[in-house]
Design a protein around this ligand. Structure first.
Ligand code: ACK
Length: 984
């Protein structure tokens, strides 16, 4: 409950101890009820005697955290007419006072210290007859007092001759009570005294939860929490169950913080205890460092199978089959190890270095490798190991497939060491020693060489019969690697170790560099010329198009529009003045030039973006003088400002509708010899005088000015029907604009004017200018200024302005109107507004707002813009409300439940099917739960309560809440439609 009671006389068990002055005035009576609890009543009834001044004063009451207190009085009051002979002396009211102090004082009661709260009258007074019939006409009155600043206060009741029985006094203040929302706790919060502003409260994540987006709630004046934003999520090893974070059960784990459940341990892993962030691998199974915790534990693969070789003069090819067990992974590779063994098995040496492996010896992904440069007459043993991502972690002995290959019997000997004789930029001369014990004929030597930097990529070889060679065709100043082997009739010997030598530098380098530079420059010059030609070409063709565009008349433009994309063929459409190359042409076409001498300026009424706004009179020969508002352009303007200023006139001049501000004309030139406008108070409108050439826009005068300030000045003054009438007017103006294909982009109460008959007129047609001059417009991430609170999400995020985005703004205007000019989303930051809209939050109904109107607002604020109502629908809908005012009676705060039988299938404007509805609240995953439980119509859903939602298997408390709250909206809609039988 949001009420915190400071005093309730019905629950005080002992004496109340309140003081009365004088003693014979108020009378304290304490009776016992049937439960033997005292009922404290204070009575006074000195109706016969004149000049009564009887005071009853409470004890000192501590204020606690209250800033504003509420005093609820329950009392009966006797009707003076029912008592004979008391006409001069009997009163029917009493006065309520209070006095703030920091402590209870013992000094005498001084009425003059007390401040009056209100005069209290009875809604119902009782008569002698009621007494006879034993009817108790009890009144309840509540008064607000605040802001309170001292530690406590006294209340006092002054009787001036009435017949009153004060049955109970309850004093309380409102608090947004401690609450848990989205896994965050929010402390008791006292609302601001100023009822229009909210207190922003940051929530603290509950145990085992952490912040995702800062959780926030706003405490409203009535002690209600509004606008939940952000959330906490359960930390790792914890999951959300019934609004708290509970440790994962054994056998389950949760590796990431988030709105997800604990998962069963993946294969070959386990968790014994509660609250596992990760499951441990069974013995013999492992997780590689890069394996996610969600992955099964795996083990090293079994060895390769069916290992074979294929040998020819120069190549040895090994091939095998994949292992029978990959260990549960896909990252299988193979390593090849070579051992060269002598006659005894223990005389083995590693030999990868001597051989060339294609593609490489380690990390092979295919089950084959080619080996070259092996020696004749050698025994090679190859071990092939299969590996995967966990082989390095496993301590199990590795299993390999082994094969021994004998390359031949006996063979040529090795050559001795290799040395460089000389080097030039392109050649190197090498020589080596002949093999010492040459038992065999040496046919020739093969010299293999490659660029050191490109090792193993490619190599060249050459042969020579002599033990020396000159290798030419090399790059200057480059390191090369060389090795040599002998060839005998038995095959090749193994290679010498690798020798590295460098060619010398080259003086021709510079020349060739210059050559390159020249080429680049030529290319750049060529490119530039091409660019120039291209640009010229584009300019010329662009210019031509521009020229043709300018030549098009507005009629052609309209025809184009109608033939192509115009919204309603045959209806006049709006022409954007920006499509005219010469803006004066648009002015000329859409506005009337007014001779300044016909205008009389009377006073300044406001400040516009370009200059002052004045009111005055306009004379038209043969017509009645009319009141006009004159927007002026400040002196010293530049041409661009003049053009932008007049742009609004050339837009307005195209419209003719009672709910659109009417353009009377413009003043753009002053013919020679004609005097300037006649100024009654010319010092007020000095701008007009100083501008050598006054520029003005003259529009009809609208007596009550802007709608937002008008409503704020007349808070609570209008009937709902009057407000709906105003909204109807705005909708009708907007329908006209949208039919003409004009998108307003800045529809807001501040841009609506109200005349003396409460007719609303849409004004402020700036289009692009809107983005510059509206003080509400803020820069968005996409660049550009946008009045965030009034603008549809798609227009904010990607500037998709349309009549549908105007419809969103219209919903906001409705809210502004129904709340008498309250600021949409109060003082929430623009960023929070965007976030909360994204999260599905929508403005709640203003106080006293009929359900039907809030429903229409919600309809305008649908995320999917094609689902929003068209202005023509809005006008029809509001007309129906106006014709049938009882439809406006159900207020949002009154609606609690739905009647039992909803009758036949309903037609929902917002959601067509259960699927659409669930999609819209991002709960699509439960569609089958609804269907399986037999909830296949929206009206069956509308009757669900939270228990039903749980029963069909929605387990997460957040989801239960989201669904139930949307069900409530559906229910309201259903009720509304049922009662009224109409649809938007
Ligand atoms: O809220 P307001 O009184 O109404 O203050 C602003 C001010 O000029 C600057 O725009 C008022 N205003 C603008 N156009 C008109 C008009 N046609 N009739 C009456 N007041 C107007 C507006």
């Amino acid at each position: 409950c949001s009420h915190f009671v400071l005093l309730d006389t019905t629950s005080v068990l002992g004496e109340l101890g309140w003081k009365t002055y004088p003693i014979n005035g108020w009378d304290a009576i304490t009776e016992m009820d049937e439960h033997n609890r005292p009922i404290h009543t204070f009575q006074v009834c000195n109706v016969m005697e004149p000049n009564q001044n009887n005071w009853l004063r409470s004890n000192w009451i501590s204020r606690q955290a209250a800033q504003k207190i509420y005093v609820e009085l329950r009392f009966t009051l006797r009707d003076c007419n029912s008592i004979p002979w008391v006409s001069g002396t009997c009163k029917e009211t009493f006065n309520l006072f209070y006095h703030e102090t920091d402590e209870a004082h013992s000094v005498k009661f001084k009425p003059q210290q007390y401040t009056k709260i209100d005069t209290i009258a009875a809604d119902e007074s009782f008569t002698q007859m009621d007494l006879g019939d034993r009817i108790l006409k009890l009144n309840t009155e509540v008064r607000e007092v605040g802001p309170m600043t001292r530690k406590g206060f006294y209340l006092a009741f002054q009787d001036i001759g009435a017949c009153i029985a004060l049955v109970s006094v309850r004093i309380y203040y409102k608090k947004c009570p401690f609450t848990l929302r989205n896994l965050a706790s929010f402390p008791d919060t006292v609302p601001r005294v100023d009822s229009s502003s909210l207190v922003e409260v940051r929530g603290a994540c509950i145990d085992h939860a952490e912040e995702r987006d800062t959780p926030k709630l706003f405490c409203g004046a009535d002690g209600d929490w509004l606008v939940p934003l952000g959330r906490c999520v359960c930390s790792i090893a914890y999951e959300e169950i019934d609004g708290s974070c509970t440790a994962c059960h054994p056998g389950f784990y949760k590796a990431y913080a988030g709105n997800i459940r604990c998962s069963k341990c993946p294969p070959h892993s386990f968790s014994y205890g509660e609250g596992a962030a990760i499951c441990h691998c069974e013995t013999g199974f492992f997780r590689a460092e890069s394996d996610p915790p969600t992955m099964a534990c795996t083990r090293p693969p079994s060895p390769p199978r069916n290992l074979m070789f294929n040998l020819n003069d120069t190549c040895l090819m090994l091939e095998w089959s994949h292992p029978s067990d990959t260990g549960g992974r896909r990252d299988l590779t193979y390593n090849v190890q070579c051992k060269r063994c002598g006659p005894e098995p223990d005389q083995c040496q590693f030999c990868e270095e001597e051989l060339r492996f294609l593609p490489r010896p380690l990390g092979l992904t295919d089950a084959t490798v080619t080996i070259m440069d092996f020696s004749a007459h050698a025994n090679y043993t190859f071990e092939i190991e299969s590996l995967n991502g966990v082989s390095d972690i496993s301590s199990f002995p590795r299993q390999v497939a082994i094969i021994t290959v004998s390359t031949d019997q006996g063979g040529p000997s090795l050559v001795g060491s290799l040395k460089k004789d000389w080097a030039s930029p392109n050649s190197i001369a090498l020589s080596w020693q002949q093999p010492e014990q040459t038992t065999m004929l040496i046919l020739d030597y093969e010299i293999k060489y490659y660029e050191k930097e490109h090792e193993q990529l490619s190599y060249s070889s050459t042969r020579t019969k002599a033990p020396s060679v000159i290798i030419s065709g090399l790059k200057p100043a480059t390191w090369y690697v060389f090795c040599v082997r002998t060839r005998s009739p038995a095959g090749y010997s193994s290679y010498t170790p690798k020798y590295e030598y460098k060619t010398t530098g080259d003086s021709s380098d510079i020349a060739s560099d210059q050559g390159q530079v020249l080429v680049i420059v030529t290319a750049a010059v060529g490119g530039f010329t091409l660019l120039v030609i291209l640009t010229l070409f584009l300019l010329i063709t662009g210019r031509c198009q521009w020229y043709f565009k300018a030549k098009m008349t507005s009629e052609e433009k309209r025809t184009n529009y109608q033939n192509g994309h115009g919204p309603f063929p045959g209806i006049k459409t709006y022409v954007d003045p920006d499509t005219y190359e010469d803006p004066t042409q648009a002015i000329h076409e859409f506005t009337k030039e007014i001779d300044p001498s016909r205008i009389r300026i009377e006073r300044v009424i406001g400040a516009g973006e370009f200059g002052e706004v004045c009111s005055g009179r306009l004379r038209t020969p043969g017509k009645k003088e009319i009141a006009v508002a004159i927007k002026t352009l400040k002196g010293g303007y530049v041409e661009r400002q003049r053009r932008d200023f007049l742009r609004e006139a050339s837009i307005m001049g195209q419209f003719d509708h009672p709910n659109i501000i009417r353009l009377e004309g413009v003043v753009t030139k002053r013919p020679l010899g004609v005097p300037g406008p006649h100024f009654e108070n010319h010092w007020l409108c000095c701008v007009c005088v100083f501008a050598g050439r006054p520029v003005m826009i003259v529009v009809e005068y609208v007596e009550n000015g802007s709608l937002d300030s008008f409503l704020r000045q007349h808070d609570g003054h209008f009937t709902v029907i009057q407000l709906v009438g105003m909204l109807r007017g705005i909708a009708s103006g907007m329908k006209y604009l949208s039919d003409m294909g004009y998108v307003h982009r800045d529809l807001a109460a501040r841009n609506i004017l109200v005349n003396s008959n409460l007719v609303c007129k849409v004004s402020d047609f700036g289009l692009s200018r809107v983005l510059e001059d509206d003080p509400e417009a803020a820069y968005t991430t996409t660049g550009g200024k946008i009045p965030i609170r009034w603008t549809a999400p798609e227009a904010i995020s990607y500037r998709k302005f349309s009549s549908a985005s105007d419809a969103w703004s219209y919903g906001i205007v409705m809210w502004e109107v129904m709340s008498y000019g309250e600021r949409p989303y109060w003082e929430m930051s623009n960023q929070d507004v965007i976030l909360s809209i994204e999260e599905g939050y929508r403005l709640p109904a203003p106080m006293g707002c009929p359900v039907a109107l809030h429903q229409l607002m919600l309809h305008c604020w649908q995320k999917e813009r094609s689902h929003r109502p068209k202005f023509t629908d809005v006008v029809t809908f509001l007309d129906k409300l106006i014709r049938n005012p009882s439809s406006l009676l159900p207020l949002v705060e009154d609606i609690q439940s739905l009647p039992e039988s909803p009758g036949e299938e309903m037609d929902y404007p917002m959601f067509i099917s259960i699927g659409d509805w669930l999609d819209s609240i991002k709960m699509t995953q439960y569609k089958s739960n609804f269907m399986a439980a037999g909830y296949n119509t929206l009206d069956s859903v509308a009757r669900m309560n939270i228990e039903d939602v749980r029963r069909i298997g929605v387990e997460l408390i957040g989801h239960q809440r989201r669904i139930t709250s949307s069900v409530q909206t559906l229910r309201l809609q259903l009720l509304h439609e049922q009662e009224k039988g109409f649809h938007v």
